[in-house]
Design a protein around this ligand. Structure first.
Ligand code: HPA
Length: 275
């Protein structure tokens, strides 16, 4: 069977398990599963139970869809995402986003751990993503376009929804949370970047660097979902005097920043619900 049928079967399976389709789906990045602690869980679905769903292998990533209420608002969390560096195709990496789209979800919130390219960024703070650079050398929309899912040449002028960015920013200001705004560049990984690559990324205008999010955001925009994405700045990706970095350090800092990102999401969710 083809990809479209696979996605539809996955959607049918999820639909058969849930009572209500939430408005918002949230993708939890490396070390950011603390966000799930705020949710009153009603149902967990293991990825391995969903027909045709990939299974996450990255450190700091579980593999389940969690349905529940966050501050009274229905949400679904992806606890564990799929990365291109794990060997999945772009279509596999973004399959959950298609499932969300076909379920009828309207908003997609994403998180990730990222290195700070911007000199003024201190690790441990959130960065609201305003735009991205796809430096992965691949694109999930390559191949025959599925017209019922979106147009052949989707617009990316506002890939990160300006209204959601404003709500996130407003929340940070209200709560006196230190935050940054900036451009995210995605490399494939799995290696962290060389100083020369970081220099190039900075020259391109990026403020943070990571190995995810961009494929999901492309598909979400193709499918008409409104996107809010927040990076946890976990390390200084400054080429001059670059310190060796490990995945463990990234996860440790991400876990600390996760609580701040959770607070931002909770407030944005509540603001959206009131509208
Ligand atoms: N580079 C790429 N991905 C990352 C980094 C980084 O410096 N930090 C956290 N994820």
């Amino acid at each position: 069977m083809g990809y479209v049928e696979d996605v539809k079967e996955a959607v049918k399976f999820v639909e058969s398990k849930i009572e209500k389709v939430p408005k918002v789906a949230i993708v939890l990045g490396s070390g950011l599963s603390v966000i799930k602690d705020a949710v009153e869980v009603s149902l967990k679905i293991k990825y391995s139970d969903i027909p045709h769903f990939p299974i996450s292998t990255a450190p700091g990533h579980a593999g389940e869809m969690i349905f529940g209420k966050w501050n009274g608002v229905d949400v679904v969390l992806m606890n564990g995402r799929f990365h291109y560096y794990e060997g999945y195709s772009m279509k596999e990496v973004t399959m959950p986003i298609r499932v969300f789209q076909l379920l009828g979800i309207q908003y997609l919130f994403l998180t990730n751990a990222a290195g700070g390219l911007n000199h003024s960024f201190e690790p441990g703070h959130p960065m609201i993503i305003t735009d991205h650079i796809n430096f992965m050398g691949d694109n999930p929309l390559i191949g025959k376009n599925v017209d019922e899912w979106g147009v052949r040449f989707p617009d990316m002028s506002h890939a990160y929804n300006p209204e959601l960015i404003s709500l996130a920013e407003e929340t940070c200001k209200e709560l006196a949370l230190e935050y940054y705004k900036g451009i995210y560049i995605a490399f494939t990984g799995p290696n962290f970047e060389t100083p020369a690559e970081l220099k190039m990324a900075r020259y391109f205008g990026a403020d943070a660097v990571g190995m995810s999010t961009v494929p999901e955001v492309i598909v979400a925009n193709h499918g008409g979902l409104k996107v809010l994405a927040i990076s946890s700045i976990t390390d200084r990706a400054i080429p001059e005097g670059l310190e060796p970095l490990t995945a463990e350090e990234v996860i440790e800092v991400a876990e600390k920043t996760g609580k701040k990102i959770a607070t931002i999401f909770e407030n944005v969710l509540t603001k959206l619900e009131r509208k």
